[in-house]
Design a protein around this ligand. Structure first.
Ligand code: SF4
Ligand code: MG
Length: 335
């Protein structure tokens, strides 16, 4: 089956075109209907810029310089801004880490959801907007929705605000929901509730979710497949089970090894000595070389090419090879 979202060679630059920072560099991935696909990486590796590129919501200094983004067969990068506005919040919606920055503090919850509904149904009748708003608030597990409609964002807790954001994102019946660190600002119990809600919403509506996170625990619980991002590039993609059984990239292996109980909720990406190189660094070899325990001379001189390794699997490293013999000698359950 055709993927719902097909991203090919997406490249995004920020700042002075004469000396641009390439924050997303040749990113390729596909997401199928109904699945959760995770984009995992440390802060500063280009995850949010990827999301903003897909939504075409880059800051003024940013531009997409190459690539293709197809949603259900429609190329998004060549749409006019007016056409793109129809897609955003319609077929494709996004929720952010900080719900308070996306909610208007002077409008009630009902007004904001009602506007989102009317925008996407092209229906201006107040009454219908309000009815659908109540329905959406109920769908995201907000108690007493009729009453909540009249409240302002400051009267809601962080978890409730994020639920309102999800309700607004659902107003246009999206097929793809991009969630950029949707639970990072919330405490652990509320995080779990919001993730469960996302899962429930997903199975009820069959929508695909692109989950962007630095939290390996969130990924393990929620996603079917993932891509690991480092310094603007994808360095590994894999189905979740294969990733946990046999991570191929040294960066991925480090992320997993430093998680004492892989898959436990709240497990954060480990601190690896060194930092993600800044996107305006000129690269000669592998971008991970300064931090890689496996680096050899070749890694400094030669850029590792992307290697596809069969169904949904790939890696960007000179040394990584899927070692099936080793995998069967050391079964997954040992971990
Ligand atoms: Fe490490 Fe070399 Fe692989 Fe880069 S190419 S991840 S430096 S082994
Ligand atoms: Mg971010």
């Amino acid at each position: 089956t055709e993927p719902l979202l097909q991203v090919t060679g997406l490249t995004t630059e920020l700042g002075d075109p004469a000396r641009p920072a390439r924050v997303v560099d040749g990113l390729t991935l596909d997401i199928r209907s109904g699945e959760t696909f995770a984009l995992l990486g440390e802060s500063g590796c280009g995850k949010s810029m990827t999301a903003l590129s897909l939504m075409r919501l880059l800051p003024p200094s940013g531009r997409i310089t190459a690539g293709s983004v197809q949603l259900a067969g429609t190329e998004l990068l060549t749409l006019t801004e007016a056409e793109m506005r129809q897609v955003r919040g319609g077929r494709m919606a996004m929720i952010f880490q900080e719900p308070q920055t996306s909610l208007n503090p002077v409008l009630t919850v009902g007004t904001q959801i009602g506007e989102a509904v009317r925008l996407h149904q092209g229906d201006t009748r107040q009454r219908l907007g309000a009815e659908r708003a109540v329905e959406l608030l109920r769908a995201v597990g907000i108690p007493d929705p009729d009453q909540r409609l009249n409240e302002y964002p400051h009267q809601l807790s962080g978890g409730m605000k994020q639920r309102v954001m999800i309700a607004m994102a659902l107003a246009g019946n999206p097929r793809l929901l991009i969630a950029d660190e949707p639970t990072t600002a919330l405490d652990v119990t509320i995080q779990a509730q919001v993730l469960r809600l996302l899962k429930a919403v997903q199975s009820a509506n069959g929508l695909a979710v692109l989950l962007i996170t630095h939290d390996l625990g969130v990924v393990a619980e929620t996603a079917e497949r993932l891509a690991v991002m480092y310094a603007g590039q994808i360095v590994e993609t894999a189905p979740m089970a294969e990733f946990f059984a046999q991570p191929l990239h040294p960066y991925s292996r480090h992320l997993l090894e430093s998680l004492p109980d892989a898959g436990k909720r709240g497990g954060r990406l480990a601190v690896i000595p060194g930092r993600v190189p800044s996107p305006d660094t000129p690269f000669q070899g592998c971008r991970f070389v300064e931090r890689c325990p496996a680096a050899i001379e070749r890694c400094r001189l030669e850029v590792p090419e992307w290697r596809a390794l069969g169904e949904g699997r790939g890696v960007r490293c000179h040394l990584a090879e899927p070692d099936t013999a080793e995998a069967s000698d050391h079964p997954v359950s040992d971990r």
